[in-house]
Design a protein around this ligand. Structure first.
Ligand code: NAD
Length: 261
């Protein structure tokens, strides 16, 4: 299976390593990167434009770059009839982008595939939705320094936080748009469950945690769900949970497996 990456960072590196170990099944043919991406995280070449990437005739494109990449390339990949994995799910909180990508996926033979990332219970949310879900609430805690470079810097002195502190409370849409690198999990919960408006999100700076902790609650006709994950950071990017790359690998396995779970 020919795989093309968009992005050349922490997630791309782990996905490329996974594919090289299973070289009998997966072949990363190229990655689309920014001008700053001089050295490939794998053995594949880096290209600078989508036409150059698609010239490798990939069976599947994996976006592991950021919101801007989904906006720039997402619909075009689907319009070319190529399956697309989007890990920057928070980008889909942008209603205009969602409409564009959804229309492209519906019109083409290709599928948009969304990995669970670090969110636990995606299967339960998606299945429970079929019977009706009344409430979904996500509480995400990260160490104070993980919120550097976000709007939390303007409202809080992150270096002086000594107790768990709520830095944001609102809808999944507001969270995903305001915290593009830190609230992809909120967007995934919204997409799997009851949508961006109804999914409630609390973001917490907690000096007592060293991992990314996500607590998910949902109630509906299926019953009630209470889950929490203590996700280790990625080896090369502390803002990114290792689970983000692992969940892409799981989707890749689905592409090739005889038995899917
Ligand atoms: N779904 C989830 O749970 C989840 C979890 C963590 C991260 N993410 C998303 O994954 C993305 C990648 O994470 P990472 O840890 O690998 O980040 P990273 O910063 O290590 O790497 C990002 C790479 O993408 C490249 N890039 C950025 N914008 C681009 C563009 N417009 N076109 C081409 N290349 C571009 C960068 O140059 C870099 O090589 C994050 O930005 C975030 O949106 C999702």
């Amino acid at each position: 299976m020919k795989i093309a990456l968009i992005g050349n960072g922490a997630i791309a590196k782990l996905v490329a390593q996974f594919c090289s170990v299973r070289a009998d099944i997966y072949n990363v043919v190229a990655a689309l990167g920014l001008p700053a991406d001089m050295t490939s995280v794998g053995t594949h070449p880096i290209v600078r434009s989508l036409p150059e990437l698609l010239a490798f005739k990939p069976d599947l494109v994996v976006e592991c770059a950021g919101h801007s990449a989904v906006k720039a390339y997402g619909a075009a990949v689907l319009n070319a009839g190529i399956n697309l994995i989007v890990v920057s799910t928070g980008s889909l909180a942008d209603q205009a982008l969602w409409d564009e990508i959804k229309a492209a996926a519906e019109k083409s033979t290709a599928q948009l595939k969304l990995p669970a990332g670090a969110l636990p219970g995606v299967d339960s949310l998606a299945a429970g939705k079929l019977a009706g879900i009344d409430r979904v609430e996500l509480k995400s805690s990260k160490p104070p320094k993980a919120w550097a470079g976000t709007p939390a810097e303007k409202t809080h002195d992150l270096g002086k936080i000594t107790a768990p502190t709520v830095i944001f409370s609102g809808s999944a849409r507001e969270a995903a748009l305001a915290f593009p690198k830190n609230a992809n999990v909120a967007a995934t919960a919204a997409l799997a469950g009851i949508g961006f408006e109804k999914t409630r999100v609390t973001l917490i700076a907690d000096p007592g945690v060293t991992q990314n902790v996500h607590r998910l609650e949902a109630d509906g006709a299926f019953g009630s769900l209470r889950l929490e994950i203590f996700a280790n950071p990625s080896p090369d990017n502390p803002k990114t949970s290792h689970m983000a790359a692992l969940s892409i690998m799981r989707l890749l396995e689905h592409e090739a497996a005889a038995i899917v779970i």
